[in-house]
Write a protein that binds this ligand. Structure first.
Ligand code: FMN
Length: 229
């Protein structure tokens, strides 16, 4: 059998795929909310719930996070990919990204300054615990003080179905969808009837997709596609 061949590349940031998230922050309650797109982020602790995000000090958002000590993270869904790309290539120094993308804000549970975006599947209210300068980026370690999940992602029995949210990932410069459920935690050792039952639920994701209920019908938000990104 032919051996699998590999090419060695110099050390680089290629742990992929990554989440793609919209991070909202503002200096104080009088100023407008800014949005930064972040992929250098991750879950780092369970108890207490903590996440990290690495931000370059030259970003406009950097100073806002530093001064307020707060931000909100929103994993991006297919309906907001274009807005996420826009927020990742324009700076809040000279652009009002909320106005340009047509997105709107709401109160972020658990925080006093940062606001959350309306329409995205979920928002994680974060309070900065520590900042670690690493080189190109500073890593912000933050406590997740509250999570707000859009109601339509819960079934009538109260179970949460994020697999229906149409979330996307960032895969080496490319935004990719995640609509296909291949398994679930522990499925490799699940009993046959459990496997059958759970996969039947997840297969309906592929059939209906998260578009079964168009998101703009759910949220009545303005269509971002009309804006010149
Ligand atoms: C997909 C994507 C991921 C990004 N991830 C990060 C990140 O993790 N950290 C960072 O500092 N900048 C990241 N950026 C770049 C910032 O989002 C970009 O420089 C943005 O314009 C900064 O906005 P601001 O100046 O309003 O803060 C990313 C951009 C894109 C498009």
């Amino acid at each position: 059998m032919k051996e699998t061949e590999y090419r060695a590349l110099p050390g680089t940031t290629m742990l992929t795929p990554l989440p793609v998230a919209l991070l909202t922050c503002r200096r104080n309650r009088e100023e407008r909310t800014n949005i930064l797109t972040a992929a250098w982020c991750g879950t780092v602790n369970t108890h207490p719930p903590m996440l990290s995000v690495s931000v370059r000090p030259e970003r406009y958002s950097y100073g806002l996070i530093l001064e307020s000590g707060e931000f909100v993270m929103h994993p991006v869904d297919e309906d907001h990919v274009r807005a996420a790309d826009f927020c990742g290539v324009r700076s809040g120094r000279d652009t009002d990204k909320l106005t340009e993308t047509g997105m709107t804000c709401r109160a972020a549970e658990g925080l006093s300054t940062a606001q959350a975006l309306t329409g995205l599947p979920l928002s994680l209210s974060c309070r900065v615990r520590d900042r670690i300068p690493l080189g190109s980026h500073d890593l912000f370690l933050a406590d997740v003080v509250c999570v707000q999940v859009r109601s339509d992602l819960f079934d009538s029995d109260g179970s949460l179905h994020l697999e229906r949210a149409g979330l996307v990932c960032y895969n080496h410069g490319v935004y990719q969808g995640l609509s296909d459920v291949l398994g679930f935690f522990g499925y490799s050792v699940a009993r046959p009837h459990v496997l059958e039952k759970r996969m039947r639920i997840y297969r309906s994701v592929r059939r209906c997709g998260h578009r079964a209920i168009p998101s703009r019908e759910r949220t009545r938000e303005p269509h971002p596609g009309n804006h010149p990104y």
